[in-house]
Ligand binder design. Structure first.
Ligand code: PGA
Length: 241
């Protein structure tokens, strides 16, 4: 089964570094059987879209505005991103919730904006699976998914696993991914696809990708090295041979 592998550059790489990354990544993924999305900073999007034209790699954004246009200094809208060639957008990342006070309601508005312009949202849930996690995940999904209609991915990224080297153990990930799928089905009428993210390395990636319940990976730290990211994206090809 084809999986979705997403690179999240976060606050890293200049325009020149992003172009260099794109040029190196393109030949490495020529035979890749997975869908691959790279999410650079806003400022590098146009250059990366140009460098990757005609390849099998799509560009995503790390956020979008909750409004379409207007007096929102510093924001970038889903419409602007769509016209720049962006196909996916990460929304509600735990770092956006922590440092920019994003709530499930704002994230819902962002998802609706993204879908209006045919961007595919990758919506993050950062619950750590501690006490009350089932109730919390259900509540977050109800708020964030209200009124959504088109294709959408959920990225399950436990906060304690992000950038820490403490990935959540596969069994626990699988059970929470199953919960997210069944809750999304009861809200929307059909299951959403669910990615896992949090301290995935090239060494760990095949084990997580080999698991049928997990539809792909969201990679932070390990994507910054282009060879490591290419290896993660192509690793699972072996399983399908
Ligand atoms: P990490 O980050 O791979 O560095 O843990 C994942 C993410 O925050 O998307």
């Amino acid at each position: 089964m084809e999986k979705l592998i997403v690179a999240n550059f976060k606050l890293n790489k200049t325009i020149a570094e992003s172009i260099d990354y794109a040029k190196k990544l393109r030949p490495l993924l020529k035979k890749c059987k997975n869908k691959v999305v790279v999410c650079p900073s806003f400022i590098s999007i146009e250059s990366m879209v140009n460098s990757l034209k005609g390849s099998n790699i799509e560009i995503g954004a790390q956020d979008c505005a909750f409004a379409e246009n207007g007096a929102y200094t510093g924001e970038v809208s889903a419409k602007m991103l769509a016209y720049a060639g962006v196909k996916y957008v990460i929304l509600g990342h735990s770092e956006r919730r922590e440092y920019f006070n994003e709530t499930c309601l704002t994230i819902n508005e962002k998802i609706l904006q993204a879908q209006k312009y045919n961007l595919i949202p990758i919506v993050c849930i950062s619950d750590d699976g501690g006490a009350g996690y089932k109730k919390n995940i259900k509540k977050e999904l109800m708020l964030m998914l209200a009124g959504i209609e088109k294709e959408c991915y959920i990225a399950f990224e436990p906060k304690s696993a992000i950038g820490t080297g403490n990935e959540m153990e596969l069994k626990k990930v699988q059970s929470i991914v199953r919960l997210i799928k069944s809750e999304s089905e009861s809200i929307l009428g059909s299951e959403l696809k669910v990615l896992y993210g949090g301290s995935i390395t090239k060494q760990l990636s095949s084990e997580y990708l080999a698991c049928e319940t997990i539809d792909g990976l969201l990679i932070g730290g390990a994507c910054l090295n282009v060879d490591d990211f290419a290896q993660i994206a192509t690793n699972s090809n072996i399983d399908k041979a």
